[in-house]
Design a protein around this ligand. Structure first.
Ligand code: SF4
Length: 332
């Protein structure tokens, strides 16, 4: 078995075991994060659970690591008033179990503070709507269970790659929000039950930038159509960032060139504000194509004989053609 397959199969087994011990049978209830997610995705993941790929499994491991790091830091800081993976069952007829990463409890005054950990690959400026609905669901359920406690919540987003951390604090329970989420959960659950018994139900679809991680995109009606207006904001955000990147590059390059010119002329390193600016030289090997061509020709070959094409993929964005309005002729 090669290393990649070994990693894949063992992480798949570990992930199933971890889900079973921490979350139980996920097909028998809805979790807090399910309720803010696209209803079709939630239902299809229960009806047709697939195996996770290596990238997803590694992302899961990164999430567990982030939680362990926070737990260790809290213990080192002297906090011992927290519980991890706290399960709370919401009231009502829909089976809803929320699992909270951390609940810190104080008895004088009576406070229960939720801390949700999100492992991210880049920090958002503001918390995602799905994180917030998860928090409102958790706070609502915790408030039902502990009505005499003040409930609070926060999200700690950690980028393990860059070491950046974002703390989004100050959430308190919102009864209307909680009621809306319970209603939404009830619709998802009823549709799921109908589909389990083979009833033809079309659950709501909510396209978002996260559709790329959905295992049911290829059968999703939203992507059978050419137009997906719900992704408009994501595209605008990307294009705005690309514009900024272009303009930043235009500002960075001349500044870099100016400083390089100074260092080069000075002929030695210069210290500026605690940084050392120096001229670095790296060498890279390149082929002498004319000699190589001559050598290969002697052997009866050309460079083309040794060229192979490989493909790569990227996102191409082109302006779509505007649809011309149909012309009508006036009767003479
Ligand atoms: S592709 Fe997007 S809209 Fe379709 S089911 Fe998946 S998450 Fe929902």
């Amino acid at each position: 078995m090669d290393m990649k397959t070994l990693l894949l199969t063992s992480l798949q087994a570990l992930s199933k075991q971890h889900t079973l011990t921490t979350l139980g049978d996920r097909s028998s209830y809805l979790g807090a994060s399910d309720i803010g997610t696209c209803p079709r995705k939630v239902i299809f993941e229960r009806l047709h659970p697939g195996e996770h790929d290596l990238a997803t499994l590694l992302r899961f491991q990164r999430g567990h690591m982030a939680e362990d790091i926070v737990a260790n830091a809290m213990i080192a800081a002297g906090y011992d008033n927290f519980d991890r993976q706290v399960e709370v069952i919401a009231s009502g007829t829909t089976p809803i179990k929320v699992h909270i990463d951390f609940v810190f409890t104080s008895t004088q005054p009576k406070i229960k503070a939720i801390l949700e950990i999100k492992s991210v690959s880049s920090l958002p400026d503001v918390p995602y709507a799905s994180w917030e609905s998860q928090l409102y669901m958790q706070m609502g359920a915790l408030k039902e269970q502990f009505p005499d406690y003040t409930i609070k919540a926060a999200v700690l987003a950690i980028d393990l790659g860059s070491g950046e951390v974002g703390f989004f604090n100050g959430y308190t329970p919102e009864d209307t929000m909680y009621a809306g989420l319970l209603e939404r959960a009830s619709t998802i659950w009823i549709n799921y039950q109908f589909m389990l018994i083979g009833h033809p139900v079309k659950p709501a679809t909510e396209p978002s930038p996260l559709c790329g991680y959905c295992n049911h995109l290829t059968t999703c009606s939203r992507f059978a159509a050419e137009e997906v207006p719900e992704l408009g904001n994501s595209l605008v955000e990307l294009q705005e960032l690309q514009e900024k990147e272009k303009s930043l590059k235009n500002q960075i390059e001349p500044k870099k060139a100016n400083l390089f010119q100074i260092v080069e002329k000075a002929g030695h390193s210069i210290k500026v504000n605690g940084s050392i600016l120096s001229k670095a030289i790296r060498s890279r090997k390149s082929f002498d194509i004319s000699r190589l061509t001559a050598f290969l020709a002697d052997q009866g070959h050309t460079v083309n004989d040794f060229q192979e094409s490989s493909s790569f993929s990227f996102l191409e964005i082109k302006k779509s053609k505007a649809i011309k309005p149909a012309t009508t002729r006036k009767a003479a």
